[in-house]
Every structure is written in structure tokens, then in C-alpha cells.
Ligand binder design. Structure first.
Ligand code: ADP
Length: 174
């Protein structure tokens, strides 16, 4: 697909991902899929206890893979749960695992007919992945998949994080 068309499908915002009216939100989950802190905790709280009732039955998720559930009480119809890598210095396969988390999430979303999807900055909170290289991987994978979506939204949680995404998009879309 033409790069500028792909780029026009990307968007960035700052705020709470649980509030977004999109077909699917992505959760930066952990291997248990049983909830946790950060965005995972926010998603479980907003979706309601039915989410945990369901994720208990899924048997967890390996790092780099993705699983889908309904959104329950979220505005989003689906939640794509993916597990990014814990940052251990960068030479333990972290970039490849983060790339796979984005790619597998987008693939699963596509299989569900999702047209609009929002990502948090996977692995950049408690898991410690440096934000700029993580944003670059996120944007690269979104551009590769953009022909399957109307809109791919990067939901930052601070203005500083939003500006990191904007810089990466400007660089990759010029
Ligand atoms: P990880 O364990 O993958 O690092 P975290 O949840 O700790 O996941 O952090 C991932 C990113 O999500 C961080 O940039 C954090 O600031 C952000 N975040 C936390 N809560 C929310 C939320 N409600 N909506 C969007 N992003 C959030």
C-alpha cells in the first residue's frame, strides 16, 4: 500500500485507553492474563469481573503472542491481550518479541473484522522497554498492517509519550 495512505490511517492521542470508542483496544497484559497493574489493571477494572472470569479459562499467553476476548463493559467490542517482553538490556530478543506482540495483535484483530484499533505503549511501563525504540516498532508494524484497517490509534498516557509517537511517525512518514 502507498506509504502516505498507510500513514494517513495512523493517529496519536493521550488519555485512558479504556474510554476509547474503537472496535478493539489492545491490552499490555502479562503471561497469566489474570490482570495486573498499569493499563492491564485499568482495562480489567473498566471491563468488569466477567473479563477475569473468561481470562482464567484461557491458560495464559506466551510473550509475543495475543489472545482475544470481548470488551464486556468497555466501549470497545474486543480486547486483544498481548504480552510484550520485559526489558533486560535489549540483547535478549526484546525487539523481536515486541514486534511479534504488535504483529500478532494486528493479525488477530484482522481475523475479527476490526477496522479501528487502539494500542497502549506495550512494555514501556513496568516492563521497562525504552519508549522511543518501542514506539518505532509500534509504528513500523502498524504501517505494514494499515491496509487492513481504517484507523490505528496509539494511545499515549502523557503528552511526553504522545510527542515520542509524533516524532517517530514524522520520521517514518516523510
Ligand atoms: P507493561 O507491563 O507492558 O510495561 P504498563 O501497563 O506498565 O505495561 O505500561 C504500558 C504503558 O501503558 C505505559 O506507557 C503506561 O503509561 C501506559 N498506561 C497505563 N495506564 C494506561 C491507560 N489507562 N490507558 C493508556 N495507557 C496507559
Amino acid at each position: 500500500m502507498d506509504k502516505q495512505v498507510a500513514c494517513s490511517r495512523l493517529d496519536v492521542c493521550t488519555g485512558d485507553i479504556t474510554k476509547l470508542d474503537v472496535d478493539a483496544v489492545v491490552n499490555a497484559a502479562n503471561n497469566t492474563l489474570l490482570g495486573g497493574g498499569g493499563v492491564d489493571g485499568a482495562i480489567h477494572k473498566a471491563a468488569g469481573p466477567e473479563l477475569l472470569d473468561l481470562t482464567r479459562t484461557l491458560g495464559g499467553c506466551p510473550t509475543g503472542e495475543a489472545r482475544v476476548t470481548p470488551g464486556f463493559r468497555l466501549p470497545a467490542r474486543w480486547i486483544i491481550h498481548t504480552v510484550g517482553p520485559v526489558w533486560r538490556g535489549g540483547d535478549q530478543g526484546e525487539p523481536d518479541l515486541l514486534r511479534r506482540a504488535y504483529r500478532n495483535s494486528l493479525q488477530l484483530a484482522r481475523e475479527k473484522g476490526v477496522r479501528t484499533i487502539a494500542f497502549p505503549a506495550i512494555s514501556t511501563g513496568v516492563y521497562g522497554y525504552p519508549k522511543a525504540p518501542a514506539a518505532r516498532i509500534a509504528v513500523e508494524e502498524a504501517l505494514l498492517a494499515a491496509d487492513n484497517f481504517e484507523r490505528i490509534l496509539f494511545c499515549a498516557f502523557s503528552q511526553g509519550d504522545e510527542s515520542i509517537y509524533r516524532q517517530v511517525i514524522e520520521e517514518l512518514c516523510k
